[in-house]
Ligand binder design. Structure first.
Ligand code: SF4
Ligand code: SF4
Length: 433
């Protein structure tokens, strides 16, 4: 794609890297074929090629975003399916991130939009805030019909119950053989996940400890920053990024870390991008690069680094038919697909493939709250494809997908790490009991 940035514009590091990406695009449009929003809406501007054009035009002409650009960019799920398809290696993720930051800086959204986006940014990135709001929401749920549609849908999405934690809150969870752990890893316990599904972190810790791996939950680390990053709130996101980088890098230098484990693929994708985000920041680039290199999704780590001790189940234990849902951030963002499937297969159960598995379920961070009509259509298609293969439960590696899919079906849905924990000596997940 031809570009027309001036020399002065190219002195800006973000323009410079985006220009390189634009130049790789050859307008072939292959990406449109696998874009969920293009498939649903059929508008060129709701596909990756059209969005790339909109972002290029806005940045090149250094013009403020307008309503049309915002509409089509907001509709993008950041699912990165287009990146898997693109034969030219266009890094769409970095373009859409740049576009969103430019929109946030140059476009004044309506009061209602600003209110909702600021609310999400404040509430979801801090587990304590989220818990307080979620509890309060229970009282207003019966009166939700009084509220405007967007607020009503957010109220409906709030969890109805909060599972009890079974592991005490600690900073270091010792390996089975305390004196001789085989590895030492940090775990990102996340913000919303630890409130609504604490069993996922607990299964991760138990499983790693049982395989003689020490787990560090560093004080002060909460949100990975992707929530604000995807809302275009780059300054707020960078506060999260810098705090996390400093804490983990310190831990790495002082006590050593073999990996930073993420069990939420949306967050893992962002952690793996810290190196790029701080590429021009002299005081952070080395540290950020190291944190990205250390980051591994739990399935990636287990499949490649851990010799798992699977426990033989009694002959009475039935074999399950498990549908594996590949989260977009996992398969397209991190290119991890075969690892979780390998792991589930090792449990001796049957793994079922979901038709159109490359397409998003509509969760996509806060997308299901901000673009609920499109998200509902994507969810409906996903559920139809899942129910067609009649699984006994669904397994996936991202809390966003778990919440979204659970809203559309009665089939139980588990995090993959809960399944692996169970088959290596952990408890049977409560949802299956
Ligand atoms: S990230 Fe997903 S929704 Fe956005 S353009 Fe690419 S394929 Fe389409
Ligand atoms: S597939 Fe790649 S090169 Fe072709 S239009 Fe899409 S982004 Fe551009």
């Amino acid at each position: 794609m031809e570009t027309n940035f001036s020399k002065i514009q190219l002195k800006d590091k973000d323009n410079k890297s985006s220009e390189k990406i634009f130049r790789k695009c050859v307008h072939c449009g292959f990406c449109n074929a696998t874009c969920p929003t293009y498939q649903l809406l059929g508008d060129e501007l709701d596909g990756p090629r059209g969005r790339i054009y909109l972002i290029k035009d806005m940045l090149e002409k250094n013009k403020p975003a307008n309503e049309k650009i915002v509409k089509h960019i907001d509709r993008c799920l950041s699912c990165y399916s287009c990146m898997t398809t693109c034969p030219s290696g266009v890094n769409y993720m970095h373009l859409i991130d740049h576009g969103r930051t430019h929109i946030e800086k140059t476009y004044k959204r309506t009061f209602g939009d600003r209110l909702v986006r600021n609310f999400l940014s404040t509430i979801l990135s801090k587990s304590t805030n989220f818990k307080i709001v979620a509890v309060l929401t229970q009282f207003i749920k019966p009166f939700s019909f009084f509220f405007p549609k967007k607020i009503r849908e957010m109220i409906e999405f709030m969890p109805k119950k909060f599972p009890k934690k079974t592991l005490p809150k600690m900073q270091i969870y010792a390996a089975r053989n305390k004196k001789k752990p085989v590895a030492r890893v940090a775990l990102l316990t996340g913000c919303v996940q630890k409130v609504i599904s604490p069993q996922i972190n607990e299964a991760t810790i138990r499983l790693l400890n049982r395989h003689n791996i020490e787990v560090v939950v560093s004080k002060g680390i909460e949100c990975c920053g992707s929530l604000n990053h995807h809302l275009g709130k780059s300054d707020l996101a960078k506060e999260n990024f810098k705090k996390n980088i400093s804490i983990w890098y310190d831990e790495y230098l002082k006590n050593g870390l073999d990996a930073i484990i993420s069990n939420t693929s949306g967050c893992g994708t962002t952690l793996k991008d810290y190196g790029f985000i701080f590429r021009s920041d002299d005081s952070f680039k080395k540290k950020a690069k190291k944190i990205s290199e250390l980051t591994k999704d739990i399935a990636e780590y287990l499949d490649n680094k851990v010799k798992l001790n699977f426990v033989a189940k009694s002959s009475n234990e039935k074999k399950y038919r498990i549908a594996y849902h590949s989260a977009c951030s996992m398969q397209h963002g991190q290119k991890i697909h075969k690892e979780p499937i390998n792991l589930i297969k090792k449990t001796g159960n049957e793994v079922l493939e979901i038709a159109d598995g490359h397409l998003c379920c509509g969760s996509a961070g806060t997308y299901n709250l901000l673009q609920s009509d499109i998200a509902k259509k994507l969810l409906k298609n996903k559920i139809e494809n899942i129910e067609k293969i009649n699984p006994q439960f669904i397994s996936t590696g991202n809390i966003g997908c778990i919440t979204q899919i659970a809203n559309g079906t009665k089939i139980p849905i588990l995090h993959t790490v809960e399944v692996i924990d169970w088959y290596t000596g952990g408890p049977k997940p409560e949802i299956l009991s």
